[in-house]
Design a binder for this molecule. Structure first.
Ligand code: GLU
Ligand code: ZN
Length: 281
């Protein structure tokens, strides 16, 4: 089996060190196995995605010394695939229209601080009306249909806990697909065998696993790597003013040295087959 990984950034802003680390993990995981490393631009959000960010991402990866195989895949060019998957799930009776506004959803959410907010299912079973709506997956029905599921993360088996995310959105009011649907369809279409990405996406994987079962897609392995934190222990992604790769590049920093520093943080855990790596900040 050829190992295939991918880096799948959304071109809605500049990349920072956390992205660089994720890209390096995915890249090295494939290269250490003689595999392929793909670049996919997740630009289904037409209002927030910007072509100039795509160009910057390409420059950032080159600066880090990361080369990808084949053509860059753009999700915005694949909307028909997501629509077909959506239609299939609809035909299975697993989707419903949600008419809630952002404000209504925010008001209904009472998740404890830090937990993933779960949509309370307000529109499940509501009569169809002529109004803007998104499509939600009835996760309880989906899980009932898909049966018992598990998946492996870094060699460990994780049981299905899809309910933790609730009735996720699969197609938005303003976009024909959501992250969950597009990523599931594309990882399968691109033959991704090992999904290497940050731990912040761990709970999303429960949903992806259910979608794979429903759409009869092959099941990859996952490695949710730890998130890079600053010296203060806070996640880089959440810090204001974390330097972007573009700024580091513009300041004349050596990208290969930056990549080497990040790799040193992965340390002894390479090539990632057991034990989780720990990172220097
Ligand atoms: N596009 C997602 C992001 O930028 C990552 C998708 C993935 O790795 O599954 O956070
Ligand atoms: Zn609703």
């Amino acid at each position: 089996m050829t190992v295939i990984t991918r880096f799948a950034p959304s071109p809605t802003g500049r990349l920072h060190m956390g992205h660089a680390f994720s890209a390096i993990c995915a890249h090295d995981h494939a290269r250490a196995r003689g595999g392929r490393f793909l670049l996919r631009i997740e630009d289904i959000d037409g209002t927030r995605s910007r072509p100039e960010h795509v160009a910057t991402i390409v420059d950032d990866l080159r600066w880090l010394g990361l080369a990808w195989d084949g053509e860059v895949v753009f999700q915005s060019a694949r909307l028909d695939r997501y629509a077909a998957a959506l239609a299939r799930l609809r035909a299975m009776g697993l989707l419903y229209r949600c008419y809630c506004t952002r404000a209504e959803i925010a008001g209904a959410l009472s998740a404890p601080h830090g937990a993933v907010p779960v949509y309370p299912g307000t529109c499940r079973g509501a009569p169809t009306r002529d109004a803007p709506h998104c499509w939600r997956l009835d996760i309880a029905a989906a899980v009932a249909r898909a049966g018992d599921l598990s998946w492996t993360d870094h060699g460990r088996v994780v049981a299905n806990a899809a309910l933790a995310q609730g009735d996720v959105v699969l197609a938005r009011k303003d976009a024909p697909a959501s992250y969950h649907l597009a990523v599931t369809v594309d990882d399968a279409a691109q033959g991704v065998t090992d999904v290497v990405r940050g731990r912040d996406l761990f709970t999303a994987t429960h949903v992806h696993r259910v979608l794979q079962a429903l759409l009869e897609l092959p099941v990859p392995r996952w490695w949710h790597h730890d998130l890079l934190t600053g010296a203060d222990g806070e996640r880089l992604a959440k810090r204001h003013g974390a330097p972007t790769l573009a700024a580091m590049r513009a300041a004349g920093e050596d990208g290969l040295a930056v990549a080497a520093r990040l790799r040193a943080g992965v340390g002894e855990a390479l090539p990632f087959d057991d034990g989780r790596p720990s990172f220097a900040s």
